[in-house]
Design a protein around this ligand. Structure first.
Ligand SMILES: Cc1ncc(COP(=O)(O)O)c(C=O)c1O
Length: 457
């Protein structure tokens, strides 16, 4: 048996035998990847797929972009160090130059950066530690539907309760506020009125001495909830969160780990609302596809002690070179604008699918961060609002897409939202192909096709 020449099967069999029960994506995407380039991956059987998962939104330039590969090769060719803890190097300083260049001037002018252990969740941990140290307060305000990572502090802020239930000892110093989810509005009203109510709720919580919530150390939010199901925060609500937190001296942490670097149609998604946060967490795209995570924050918060957030792997030079190349390419080629335009194109096609099938409840998102929520229109539903989310239908669509050469993942309530996170370099033709495959997959499932949707062994 050869892993190189015998196709997917021997690799998948070994994976099932040897890897943890906690493994995730391969349960629904049963292939092993041999090659990856741009928007496509090729599996060990030689089948090609469009990759709308793209490293969970990491690969804004797609797989193995030549500009990024060249930057990494320049490090490898010249005996440059690969691992430096947080000792600096030319590659690191160039990365920080590019990172600061990508941030709005007002924010960059007062910014400090902390390199974290290389996962988004550690940038979130660092941000929480930073604001707790700076304010001396403990509690943090988060939002329903949120996803900030899987380590203890970040997990405590997660909206989805399933992942938290088996774990004891998560921080109790968190409070979840309603996020303005227009399709399933927490106050029963969508649109501007719903956004206003959500903002008023937050303001009242901070203003009312009887709210039960002690002065918070910070508020953390995603400007578009990604894992939560591609739910964009309305700009006016985000502005209100900025006003309210400023008025109450609560540092505002914007988690741009998934939205950052052009994906939503602005370099950073908070820019749509014209706000300036106190803290920004970044990972995924800023490492150019390699592991890297940073927290960037206003210098006034920089009162933690030396070593307050240490970690061995904070000096990944290849990731810094890849990140610098990626940031520069995104800025030089106006890829945020391209994401806005391409997102509009894909969305129009998804809207057409929605018109044809009752099982599509909502199409939403921003830029190239789109989601399609499936519902069960046949269920005898007398409650308020839309029909309930239909995770089984979504799962069958994911399998039908996979069978047709398209990788999409699910998120949101009941995992009923198909999510699209293609690279920002995707062409119009590729997007039209994606839309056509997706439409065909939805039609097949609506017509009764139910392929194997989960590798259960
Ligand atoms: C908004 C957001 N924050 C934090 C994280 C955690 O990042 P990581 O998986 O690299 O720990 C994610 C991951 O998807 C994310 O989308």
């Amino acid at each position: 048996m050869s892993y190189e020449s015998d196709g997917n099967d021997p690799i998948l069999a070994q994976q099932i035998n040897r890897e943890s029960n906690a493994r995730t994506y391969p349960r629904h995407l049963p292939f092993a990847i041999r090659e990856a380039r741009g928007f496509t991956v090729t599996d060990m059987d030689g089948d090609e797929y469009y990759d709308c998962l793209a490293g969970a939104g990491t690969l804004v330039l797609g797989h193995n972009h030549p500009h990024v590969v060249d930057a990494m090769e320049r490090i490898l060719d010249r005996n440059r160090p690969l691992h430096t803890l947080d000792i600096s190097t030319p590659a690191k300083e160039r990365f920080v130059d590019s990172l600061f260049e990508s941030l709005p001037d007002e924010f960059a002018a007062r910014a400090k950066v902390q390199f974290c252990s290389p996962a988004g969740t550690d940038a979130v941990e660092a941000a929480l530690k930073l604001v707790r140290t700076a304010t001396g307060n403990r509690s943090v305000l988060g939002f329903g539907g949120a996803y900030h990572g899987m380590t203890s502090g970040a997990l405590s802020l997660m909206g989805d309760t399933e992942a938290k239930e088996p774990i004891s000892g998560l921080s109790g110093h968190v409070h979840h506020l309603p996020y303005p989810y227009d399709y399933r509005p927490p106050f029963g009203v969508g649109g501007e009125e719903g956004h206003r109510l959500a903002a008023e709720y937050a303001e009242n919580l901070l203003a009312d001495p009887g709210s039960g919530v002690a002065s918070p150390a910070g508020m953390i939010l995603e400007p578009v909830q990604g894992e939560g199901g591609a739910i964009p925060a309305p700009d006016e609500w985000l502005r209100e969160m900025r006003r309210v937190t400023r008025e109450h001296d609560v540092p505002l942490i914007v988690d741009e780990i998934q939205t950052g670097l052009g994906r939503t149609g602005a370099t950073y998604a908070f820019e749509h609302a014209g706000i300036s946060p106190d803290v920004v967490t970044l990972s995924k795209a800023v490492g150019g596809g390699l592991p890297l995570a940073v927290v960037v924050y206003d210098e006034s918060l920089d009162v933690w002690e030396p070593g307050a957030h240490a970690g061995t792997f904070r000096g990944n030079q290849l990731a810094m070179a890849a990140g610098e190349a990626t940031i520069d390419y995104v800025l030089e080629h106006d890829l945020a604008d391209r994401a806005a335009e391409a997102g509009e194109r894909l969305r129009e096609s998804l809207d057409e699918t929605a018109e044809r099938f009752d099982a599509v409840g909502d199409v939403r998102g921003r830029g190239l961060m789109l989601g399609v929520e499936f519902v069960d229109p046949t269920c005898d539903w007398r409650g308020p609002g839309p029909h309930p989310p239909d995770g089984d239908f979504a799962s069958a669509v994911r399998a039908a897409c996979f069978d047709r050469g398209l990788v999409v993942e699910l998120g949101g309530r009941e995992s009923a939202t198909a999510r699209f996170l293609p690279p920002l370099t995707v062409s119009d033709e590729q997007l039209d192909d994606v839309a056509a495959i997706f439409d065909e997959a939805v039609a097949a499932v609506a017509g009764g096709e139910r392929a194997e949707t989960e590798v259960t062994a």
